[in-house]
Design a protein around this ligand. Structure first.
Ligand code: SF4
Ligand code: SF4
Length: 127
């Protein structure tokens, strides 16, 4: 009986072709809600730390004084929470192919380049 089931599966697979694709040689199917790789635009990050506080995997570390944003890609489970909470929308989910990371390459440090704009001088009151 088991052999019969297995033969059925083999025949189906031969007729329909493999269920998997040869990614990245073949592009993956993407939808508007596809998730992938958290990326930051360092010129817009205001170092508020919201992404770090909301990350359930403790994968993000923001050091305001040093103007750094760091992600541990081996901890990140791609829940999208950081992207949703960022008040300035500087985090996105990159869906392009990225090579697999190893233990030593998991951490990625980004230097924040955002510069707070100066406030316009107050108008002097006329007497
Ligand atoms: S996607 Fe989720 S797990 Fe990954 S860094 Fe963002 S909040 Fe953390
Ligand atoms: S990435 Fe967004 S949420 Fe995280 S520190 Fe920067 S501005 Fe705040």
């Amino acid at each position: 009986m088991a052999y019969f089931e297995m033969a059925k599966t083999v025949v189906k697979s031969v007729i329909r072709g493999p269920a998997t694709i040869r990614y990245p040689a073949e592009p993956a199917k993407k939808t508007p809600i596809s998730r992938g790789h958290v990326t930051i635009d360092p010129s817009r990050c205001i170092s508020c730390g919201m992404c770090m506080r909301k990350c359930p995997a403790d994968a993000i570390c923001v050091v305001r004084e040093e103007k750094t944003w760091e992600i541990d890609r081996l901890r990140c489970h791609v829940c999208n929470c950081c992207v949703e909470v960022c008040p300035v929308h500087c985090l996105t989910m990159e869906t392009e192919y990225t090579p697999a990371v190893t233990v030593h390459e998991g951490r990625e440090l980004v230097h924040i380049t955002y510069v707070k704009p100066e406030r316009p001088p107050k108008k002097e009151e006329s007497s």
